[in-house]
Design a protein around this ligand. Sequence first.
Ligand SMILES: [Zn+2]
Length: 219
Amino acid sequence: MIHFSKASNQNVEDELAHQKTLSSGTYNLDSVIGQLDLDFRRKCYICEDKVKSIRIEHFRPQCLGINEKFDWFNIFNACEHCNAIKSDDFKQLMDCTKDFPEQHISYEIEPLNPLGKQIILTQLEGSNLHVDTINLLNSVYKGTNKRKKIQAEVIVEDILNELNYFEDLVKDYLLEPDADDLDDIKYEVNNASKFTAFKRWLIKNNTEYSGVITPLFIN
Ligand SMILES: [Zn+2]
């Protein structure tokens, strides 16, 4: 989970305000979906995969009331897997449009763990992270039932592939700096790429990489 800037969009906010006054009003609007796609860089804000099956996600559950349901700043972009796991079960979450989650949680992956590929998320010392954030991320990356575990394994496999590609790119660049590789690395560590938090932590955890690559992080 990384930071996304959510744009103020008067047209979208006006349309939602109008829908709120209707007895069968909906937030499921083309304008909402289009702006979410731009703001969240076509990604799920929870797992950070590119969204193949879009779900309009209410950060604070819409069951809390009509204001939550139609508040543009409460509407996020998620995938079907994460939207279903979050449901109304995780209420104490860090808001990634206001804060920088990857500065509060370290991300690591153990591909050779005897129990299977493991994602290790750790709250950083002194962080005021809301408690449910790591619980939600663990549920998303581990799965909560048989079907969700299989979906989670596919996501973790994809994370490993992305990290392997990214680390090879960084090694090549450090061995022989090249403008094309630099452009590719800049893309990979910025928020439009898949699983950006994992890539940034791969850099932060390696002193050989961090001095050169960390300055390329832009939110
Ligand atoms: Zn997701």
